[in-house]
Design a protein around this ligand. Structure first.
Ligand SMILES: *Cc1c(COP(=O)(O)O)cnc(C)c1O
Length: 374
């Protein structure tokens, strides 16, 4: 059986964990946490990075930081993971779901302005498959209407937005805040894990307090205050050094991991061209402002029947291909709360998108043979 995903280990994970354990410092914010955070700050020009126990937690921190009030509105795509919405729903926000682009699951930035009301507080672009949303357009809207932008960069590590002037900006470094994931299904993993990127420095101090359970403990350890105590709300968002040690082994090998994933992605893309067009299947599309981090390789079938048949065909050959999000606006939890607007593009991806296996040790030729020769 070829699984849909298989976590890749670089070989250094357990020795770094052993080092962390032997150092006697296994709670959070030690040597490995600092190495991982500095990696993000230096390589991606993020002002301040804080490791979290998940991307979900990083999004929850962002929702606390922007001081969401009951009834505030947050705009995001409907084609996303539940955590994107839950983080804001937990603070009493109303979610305004935006439709996807016709040819990509990302939110259609040209349709967002019509969704903004006096209650709108934030826009949450999700870089689906790691592919950039139209960040210049979204940031311009945010400036015009005084909104926060929180990037859900869960899938977007090591990927870039290229603005019209040619400037390349790392995803996760553009919005006021951004959240990354190191869940075992992502490119760079720590089992469970995440990171909050803070790009608007006005959030830096408070983010650290919320991260440290509502205390000014970090400032205390830097010698900035002479005692520490309860100064704000907060929670236990900081992962242990054991997680950070694992993550560091992955980050050190990021270029190798990315190169292999891109090789698989390109082989899929090039090999499937004529088969896809013969069968009316769309291959992934990249806007000209986006680079590719090979987080995911998906196909968009012409309808639900074709997708069901393709998944079945691959299953009979012991290959796991899987569909993805069920639109959140039609979910049992949010269905009755959605304002009733039809989101046709979102529904299309819910019905027609299928993801192929993509992991470091995959034999992609084996998968391709079973797709094309059948
Ligand atoms: C994986 C993912 C998340 C959640 O990440 P966790 O680290 O598992 O909390 C959130 N949003 C998107 C778009 C994701 O792909």
């Amino acid at each position: 059986m070829i699984p849909f995903n298989k976590p890749y280990l670089t070989g250094k994970e357990t020795s770094y964990i052993e080092d962390a354990v032997k150092s006697g410092k296994i709670s959070g914010n030690g040597k490995y946490t600092k190495l991982c955070q500095a990696f993000f700050e230096d390589r991606y020009r993020i002002k301040k990075a804080l490791l979290t126990t998940s991307c979900t937690d990083a999004l929850e921190m962002a929702a606390i930081l922007i001081d969401l009030k009951e009834g505030d509105e947050v705009i995001m795509p409907s084609y996303t993971f539940v955590s994107t919405a839950n983080a804001f729903v937990l603070r009493g926000a109303k979610i305004i779901f935006a439709d996807s682009l016709p040819n990509h699951p990302n939110m259609d930035a040209s349709k967002l302005e019509a969704l903004i009301t006096p209650k709108t507080k934030a826009i949450v672009p999700v870089h689906y498959a790691g592919v950039a949303c139209d960040m210049d357009e979204i940031m311009q809207l945010a400036t015009k209407y005084n909104l926060y932008v929180i990037e859900d960069a869960a899938q977007a590590i090591d990927n870039y937005y290229v603005s019209k002037t040619g400037e390349k900006k790392a995803l996760g470094s553009i919005g006021h805040l951004a959240a990354f994931s190191f869940h075992e299904t992502k490119n760079i993993i720590s089992g469970e894990g995440g990171l909050l990127a803070i790009n608007d420095e006005k959030f830096s101090n408070r983010a650290e307090i919320i991260w440290e359970k509502g205390t000014n403990r970090s400032a205390f350890f830097r010698g900035e205050v002479d005692k520490y105590g309860w100064v704000d709300v907060g929670s236990s968002f900081l992962p242990s050094e054991i997680i950070a040690a694992f993550l560091w082994a992955q980050l050190e090998n990021l270029d190798t991991i990315q190169a292999r994933r891109k090789e698989i992605w390109n082989t899929y893309y090039n090999t499937l061209q004529s088969w896809a067009s013969q069968n009316n299947i769309d291959l992934p599309w990249l806007p000209d402002y986006a680079t590719n981090n090979a987080h995911m390789f998906y196909l968009v079938c012409k309808d639900l029947n074709q997708r069901t048949a393709l998944i079945e065909q691959l299953k009979t050959h012991n290959i796991m291909a899987v569909f993805h999000y069920i639109s959140l606006h039609t979910s049992p939890f949010y269905n009755g709360k959605h304002d009733g607007r039809a989101l046709a593009n979102t529904d299309h991806f819910s019905d027609c998108l299928v993801r192929l296996p993509l992991f470091y040790e995959l034999n992609e030729k084996e998968v391709l043979d079973k797709i094309i020769l059948d």
